[in-house]
Ligand binder design. Structure first.
Ligand SMILES: *Cc1c(COP(=O)(O)O)cnc(C)c1O
Length: 393
């Protein structure tokens, strides 16, 4: 079946929720993807920061294959070892509390919202509120969506959940003013990913920490895109002056196998009790086994140093290109601001044709999320392709 036929089926049978690039990928290996005609693509997107170790990473494939042949699923009504070892690993590598597993990023935030609301009720708050910055993205289910101000304005999808409010991006004063006795949590991204790679300032993060401490609220960092090594440390918060009470993870945690996690520090560890939350699939041995293999590879000082170095190389290469107004981000999470008048969507489509996969999250912006295992010459090749495409843009 070729692209035309696949496309026809998609147009006939899939709900129209996505605009897709004009390619159907059939194989992936390391930093490369291949289409049905055998054409090779350099992947600077990794399925939106999911296949961070590259496609079909051998250790992840081995973990999944072995587990799939032994035991695929038993539910959370019983003990399984991979889940417990992964929880230990996630807790000890971050905030030291307890972990709730789920199957996606939006679900990880749902769990965090539940933790925050229950934590607030225990303090006597009747109508708890969650405060975020206005350009953040936290997911598509109704809780996470209600914490995603720009998407929660689509009244055709309403009503949204009550108990959410937002303040202008990076406005530390507005954040301090919005956090008060009714605040259950401040839920923020350390670097806004979906909106186009916009780092939250240290000043705003410190304001969030101080305001939460003063109000007795939880500080929750959505590390779904920034976590698992993407910014050059296992968690992005490690490179900020602030330690949150809760982090949420998903995307790269399973390198392509769906898994999410809500990870607490001591303050929030005991909040959820039997009956408060659950999931049939979550924490299953295939997904948690895959995540253990991912952490074995990513939680490596040499790899994380390389992510920081290659990120710097990528950004300086891009900044030398005519047509690039600037870059943003940390590690291998890079936003590229194009000069006025350049059609980013057309550039993205042209790059795909040239064999480079990128994302266009907003007008005038490219988002680059290459595999963490990429090599310097492959970074340079990607920069070269972007340069060639910009010359003709
Ligand atoms: C992708 C993403 C989510 C949602 O994750 P899903 O797995 O798509 O539900 C939430 N927050 C951030 C910061 C993300 O990047």
């Amino acid at each position: 079946m070729g692209l035309a036929e696949t496309r026809a089926l998609e147009e006939r049978y899939l709900m129209r929720t996505y605009k897709r690039g004009a390619v159907d990928f059939v194989r992936g290996e390391g930093v490369h993807l291949y289409d049905a005609e055998g054409k090779e693509y350099l992947d600077f997107l990794t399925g939106i920061s999911v296949c961070s170790l590259g496609h079909c990473h051998p250790a992840v494939v081995a973990a999944v294959t072995e587990q799939t042949e032994r035991l695929m699923h038993v539910s959370n009504l019983f003990y399984t070892e991979p889940m417990t070892r992964l929880a230990q690993r996630l807790s000890e590598s971050s905030l030291g509390g307890r972990v709730f597993f789920c199957n996606s990023g939006t679900e990880a935030n749902e769990a965090a919202i539940k933790v925050a609301r229950k934590h607030a009720h225990a303090r006597g708050v009747a109508a708890p509120e969650i405060v975020s910055f206005e350009s953040e993205f936290h997911g598509r289910t109704y809780g996470a969506l209600s914490a995603t101000p720009k998407l929660a304005r689509n009244e055709a999808l309403g009503p949204f959940l009550p108990g959410f409010r937002s303040v202008p991006d990076n406005d530390a004063e507005a954040l301090r003013a919005a956090v008060g006795p009714n605040t259950a949590a401040v839920l923020i991204e350390t670097i806004q990913g979906e909106s186009g790679i916009w780092p939250t300032t240290d000043e705003a993060l410190v304001a969030a920490r101080e305001a939460c401490d003063a109000a007795g609220a939880l500080l929750i960092f959505d590390e779904i895109q920034t976590g698992i090594g993407r910014t050059g440390s296992l968690w992005a918060y490690e490179q900020t002056p602030v330690r949150p009470d809760v982090i949420t993870s998903a995307k790269a945690l399973g390198n392509g196998i769906p898994i999410g996690a809500c990870i607490t520090g001591p303050e929030a560890a005991e909040v959820l009790e039997p009956g408060d939350h659950g999931s049939t699939f979550a924490g299953g041995p295939i997904a948690t086994g895959a995540a253990l293999a991912v952490l074995d590879a990513v939680d490596d000082p040499a790899l994380l140093r390389s992510v920081r170095e290659l990120g710097a190389r990528l950004r300086s290469g891009l900044e030398d290109l005519p047509g690039v107004a600037g870059t943003r981000g940390r590690g291998l999470m890079v936003g590229v601001a194009l000069e006025e008048g350049i059609d980013a969507a057309a550039l993205g489509a042209d790059l795909l044709e040239r064999g480079l996969v990128v994302n266009v999250p907003a007008p005038g912006t490219l988002r680059l999320l290459p595999p963490l295992v990429i090599e310097a010459e492959q970074i340079d090749r990607g920069v070269g392709l972007i340069g060639e495409s910009l010359l003709e843009a």
